[in-house]
Design a protein around this ligand. Sequence first.
Ligand SMILES: Nc1ncnc2c1ncn2[C@@H]1O[C@H](COP(=O)(O)OP(=O)(O)OP(=O)(O)O)[C@@H](O)[C@H]1O
Length: 233
Amino acid sequence: MLEVSGLNAFYGDSHILHAVDLTVGSSDRVSILGRNGSGKTTLMKSILNAGPYIHGSISLDHRDLARETSFQRARLGLSLVPEDRRIFPHLTVTDNLLIALAAAGDRAGLDLERVLDTFPMLGPLAARYGSQLSGGQQQMVAVARGVMPRPRFLLLDEPTEGLAPVIVRQLAQSVAKLCNEFKIGLLLSEQNIWFARFCTQYVHIIESGRIVFSGSWDEFESRPDVKHRYLAV
Ligand SMILES: Nc1ncnc2c1ncn2[C@@H]1O[C@H](COP(=O)(O)OP(=O)(O)OP(=O)(O)O)[C@@H](O)[C@H]1O
């Protein structure tokens, strides 16, 4: 279980997250929806100890992560796919994926062929360099790389940003399949409601660094006022 409790996050004097509580059970799939600047990326980075200064607690299976570096958190089973993808441009697609096995530590990672099978677009690109990929192809590589160490929890930060609708659909199928097949818990930050609904069971809305709604997708659908107020749709 991934548990965030009373999380406050800061960049210098700027107080960005305010008393955020959030739980993702093992194999659960949870979305964080919110407008630009609402704090989604800050939350993801806080969980990986990758930037913001924080107060509050973050634990994995009741183990407090306060003293763990980003690398140690990755070894313990947290995998962040950042918004800006960070594909290695001078490595091939295959090597971009294999290098992520280093994050698995003593755990067994996933088999390269099985991951490539889950992203049909990537097979034919396996020998191509990161610098030669389109934005959609890069995003597929970033997500595939994120699952290679077989994390306990995959954290996807706005994976659909800038992608064509056909790529968004393919990505949704791959993410849902991987999480189901390998029992990977998912924390997804998104603005694309269709994608979030396809991939997750539960949704939180974040606004100005505060969680303002939490519920199932049915509960979300029954609250058009919430959708209108916080997501402007
Ligand atoms: N490195 C930083 N230093 C100072 N302020 C920052 C920094 N990064 C983000 N912020 C501020 O923190 C707030 C939350 O930003 P964050 O990137 O977490 O939001 P977001 O919901 O992920 O937005 P987006 O959908 O645009 O990516 C914003 O007001 C942003 O300007």
